[in-house]
Design a binder for this molecule. Structure first.
Ligand code: NDP
Length: 318
């Protein structure tokens, strides 16, 4: 079968399409999925480069997201996270063999392509929105900031939040037009979101925030939350360090909510997907949010996402 494979050779990782990958080499698992669609996430790109420190097997078929048909039952299914695309062959192939406990039935109202337009990124955006609302955020609370807003997680978060009636401010290093189209009421620069690192607290601007960037930007967001506000932190494209003080926590009672998409228990995961098909559905799934490629186009998209040049989501047609 055809598969996009990343293989370590010495200090290098060689990546590309192969026509002769054996289904018998797909690894352990009790469900064989005929993959229809996958997607491209930042982590997928990291899985194909030597310094990415994501891939745990070699050779590896990357692709942390996949959707297709269970060969045995004929049911449409999706799977993402856990070991997929890092320690177990993932979605960049015509077939994948996965564990049944990783499988989510495709929720009614979403096609396999739409589910992959959402993918891990959109799922993570939804987990961030759920975390913020569980912490008390409502559209009446005030403006919500999304950082790294043009990326997969950020753009889907903007789309979901705007559809739920929030006033969304997007922080981005790119052209504001795309984010305004998704529903952002204002687009600010990364530098504006990062604020003034010399000050322990800044003007209270955000009732809540979804942070895809980490580092100085997350620290600036924490210094600028309203009294009792919260930020859902899910990403590190701007760095893994958090140069913060305790003052916003002890003087403004703000909360830092960690969000992980990889190990969410399957029951919660299935419920989040049910909501992604209904009340958390991103409205721009079929137009501005997604772009399409195939196995032969992957190389280019993986390079671009590492350079921060991709906006929105890219789905992969198998
Ligand atoms: P993308 O590459 O699609 O988007 C990342 C965005 O971050 C870019 O579009 C850019 O947005 C911004 N950015 C890029 N480089 C920098 C930089 N040096 N400084 C500041 N901002 C930068 O990635 P994803 O949306 O797929 O993922 C976003 C982050 O979330 C990643 O760190 C990823 O690893 C993480 N993630 C975590 C998950 C979890 O389970 N916790 C799940 C999924 C993703 P702009 O130009 O608009 O500023």
């Amino acid at each position: 079968m055809r598969a996009f494979v990343a293989e370590k050779r010495g200090d290098e990782v060689v990546r590309g399409v192969r026509d002769d990958f054996e289904i018998g080499d797909l690894g352990e698992g009790d469900v064989l999925v005929k993959v229809g669609w996958s997607s491209v996430n930042y982590k997928d790109a990291l899985a194909t480069i030597a310094k990415g420190q994501v891939a745990r097997i070699s050779p590896l078929i990357p692709g942390i997201d996949l959707a297709g048909v269970d060969e045995d039952s004929g049911e449409e299914v999706l799977a993402h996270g856990y070991d997929l695309g890092v320690a177990h062959h993932g979605g960049y192939a015509e077939c994948a063999r996965v564990r049944s406990e990783w499988v989510v039935p495709l929720p009614g109202g979403l096609s396999a392509k739409q589910a992959m337009t959402i993918g891990t990124a959109g799922y993570t955006a939804a987990r961030c929105v759920i975390a913020l609302e569980d912490a008390g955020l409502t559209p009446d609370s005030g403006p919500v900031l999304v950082t790294g807003a043009s990326g997969g997680v950020g753009s889907t978060a903007v789309d979901i939040l705007a559809a739920r009636g929030y006033e969304v401010v997007a922080s981005s290093g790119k052209d504001p037009e795309y984010l305004e189209l998704l529903g952002a009421s204002e687009v600010i620069t990364r530098e504006d979101a990062a604020g003034d690192a010399g000050r322990p607290l800044e003007k209270a601007r955000w009732a809540g925030a979804v942070d895809c960037v980490g580092g100085e930007v997350l620290a600036g967001v924490i210094r600028s939350l309203h009294y009792g506000g919260a930020v859902a932190a899910c990403g590190n494209t701007g760095g893994v360090k958090l140069p913060a003080t305790v003052l916003p926590f002890i003087l403004r009672g703000v909360s830092l909510l960690g969000v992980d998409s990889v190990q969410t228990p399957i029951k919660e995961r299935t419920e989040t997907w049910r909501r992604l098909a209904t009340d958390l559905r991103p409205p721009h799934l079929d137009d501005s949010l997604g772009h399409e490629t195939d196995l032969d186009g992957l190389e280019d998209v993986l390079s671009k996402i590492l350079r921060g040049e991709v906006s929105g989501r890219t789905v992969v047609r198998l």
